[in-house]
Design a protein around this ligand. Structure first.
Ligand SMILES: NC(=O)c1ccc[n+]([C@@H]2O[C@H](COP(=O)([O-])OP(=O)(O)OC[C@H]3O[C@@H](n4cnc5c(N)ncnc54)[C@H](O)[C@@H]3O)[C@@H](O)[C@H]2O)c1
Length: 101
């Protein structure tokens, strides 16, 4: 079962239930926005990362920490610093340009 399917499973059988820190890349996108909502409902603290190339800031719920980072061009150390600062238990990587222009 994928991480997303596990996150969306009913709380009784959900290993993601309970407060934890989760970093979501592509959090301003379609899947990332919904996953952020779901994890917040499960009590997670979420760090949303997105470069807004296709995503929209308003897909990230108010109050969620948001970092506008381009994972394709940012300095590796800058990304590592954000991860170190947040210390996520989980990372869900959804950032992608999957539409053929
Ligand atoms: N939507 C679907 O039905 C579906 C189905 C199967 C798989 N997927 C996969 O799930 C993932 C997310 O899909 P989605 O529909 O939410 O896409 P989306 O385009 O809505 O979201 C992707 C997000 O990634 C961000 N992004 C792109 N490049 C980035 C970069 N370099 N750094 C930081 N952020 C960046 C975009 O701004 C956007 O917000 C993709 O890998 C997609 O292939 C989606």
């Amino acid at each position: 079962m994928s991480a997303i399917n596990r996150a969306c499973a009913p709380p009784a059988q959900n290993e993601f239930a309970g407060a934890s820190r989760t970093l979501i890349t592509g959090a301003a996108g379609f899947v990332g926005g919904h996953l952020t909502d779901r994890l917040l409902a499960l009590g997670h603290e979420v760090l949303a990362v997105d470069n807004l190339v296709t995503g929209r800031r308003e897909h990230v719920p108010p109050g969620v920490r948001f970092e506008e980072i381009d994972l394709g061009s940012s300095e590796e150390e800058d990304v590592i610093e954000v991860i170190r600062g947040f210390r996520p238990a989980y990372v869900v990587h959804l950032a992608a340009v999957h539409h053929i222009p």
